[in-house]
Design a protein around this ligand. Structure first.
Ligand code: ADP
Ligand code: MG
Length: 253
C-alpha cells in the first residue's frame, strides 16, 4: 500500500475539540463543545433526536464546517484549508445510517475504489486489502455481488469493510444499526465489537445501550447542542447526574 498518505507524526490525542460552536443560519446547533478523545478510546454518543449528534461527528471530518472554536484531528487542525481536510478525511472513516454503497459497483469494487483513486494503491493490492477486510466482516463470499443483492446487515458490514480499506486511524459511526431490521442489528454490532477489540479509535452515535455497556470507555449524552454529561458506562447508566440524562434513559431503556 502507498505509505505517503499514512505519513504523520503519531499523536496520542486522536481528536481535540475546544470551545467549538456551529450554526445553521441563525440556529446554533452546537454550543461550546469541548471534547478530547485519545487514540484507542471507544466513545458512544447518545441523546434525543435533533440534539446535534450527527452534526458533531460530521464536523470531525469536515463534512460540516464549524464557525467557532477549534477541531484538531490526529495533530491536523481542521480549517478551510483543503489540504488539511483531505488529510483528515484520509485518516477518518465514516459509516452512516444508510450504507451509501455504490449500487452499480460490485462489493469488491465498492471496497477498492477509494484505495485505488485516492491512495493510488495498485489494483491487485487493493483487491487483496479488500478481501482481507471482507473476511474480517465475514462476507468474503459476497465479493462479486451487487449491493442490492445483499441484506441490510450485510450491506452495512460492507460499508464498514469499505471504510477499513482506507486504513483509517479513527472510525466514526452515525447510527449504523438504526435503519436495520432487528434480526440484522447484532451482526453489525458484532463487527463493531470486533473492531473495538482490535483497538480502533471509535466514536459511535448509537442508542444501542448494550453495545455502549460492552465496549464504550465513555458515554457522552448530548441535548440541544450541548454535551450535558459524560462518564464511564457503568456510572452513566447507574448514576446519571443530570435530570435530562435521567429522562432520556428512562425513555430508551
Ligand atoms: P441528531 O443527529 O442528534 O438527531 P442533527 O445533528 O442531525 O441531530 O441535527 C441537529 C439540529 O440541526 C436539528 O434541529 C436539525 O434540524 C438541524 N440541522 C441538521 N442539519 C441541518 C442543515 N443542513 N441545515 C439546517 N439545520 C440542520
Ligand atoms: Mg443524527
Amino acid at each position: 500500500m502507498s505509505q505517503s498518505a499514512l505519513d504523520h507524526t503519531p499523536n496520542a490525542t486522536a481528536i481535540q475539540i475546544e470551545k467549538m460552536s456551529k450554526w445553521f443560519g441563525t440556529f446554533q446547533v452546537l454550543c461550546d463543545i469541548d471534547l478530547t478523545v485519545s487514540h484507542g478510546e471507544r466513545i458512544v454518543i447518545c441523546g434525543p433526536s435533533g440534539s446535534g449528534k450527527s452534526t458533531l461527528i460530521r464536523c470531525m471530518n469536515a463534512l460540516e464546517e464549524h464557525q467557532d472554536g477549534k477541531i484538531v484531528v490526529d495533530g491536523t487542525v481542521l480549517s478551510s484549508d483543503l489540504k488539511n481536510i483531505n488529510k483528515v478525511r484520509s485518516e477518518v472513516g465514516m459509516v452512516f445510517q444508510h450504507f451509501n454503497l455504490f449500487p452499480h459497483l460490485t462489493i469488491l469494487e465498492n471496497c477498492t475504489l477509494a484505495p485505488m483513486w485516492v491512495r493510488k494503491t495498485p489494483k491487485q493490492e487493493a483487491r487483496e486489502i479488500a478481501m482481507h477486510f471482507l473476511e474480517k466482516v465475514k462476507i468474503p463470499e459476497q465479493a462479486d455481488k451487487y449491493p442490492g443483492q445483499l441484506s441490510g446487515g450485510q450491506q452495512q458490514r460492507v460499508a464498514i469493510a469499505r471504510s477499513l480499506c482506507m486504513k483509517p486511524r479513527i472510525m466514526l459511526f452515525d447510527e449504523p444499526t438504526s435503519a436495520l431490521d432487528p434480526e440484522m442489528i447484532s451482526e453489525v454490532l458484532d463487527t463493531m465489537i470486533q473492531l473495538a477489540e482490535d483497538g480502533m479509535t471509535m466514536l459511535c452515535v448509537t442508542h444501542e445501550m448494550g453495545f455502549a455497556r460492552k465496549v464504550a470507555d465513555r458515554v457522552i449524552f448530548m441535548d440541544q447542542g450541548h454535551i450535558i454529561e459524560q462518564n464511564k458506562p457503568e456510572e452513566f447508566f447507574n448514576n446519571p447526574k443530570s435530570e435530562r440524562t435521567k429522562l432520556f434513559l428512562s425513555q430508551i431503556l
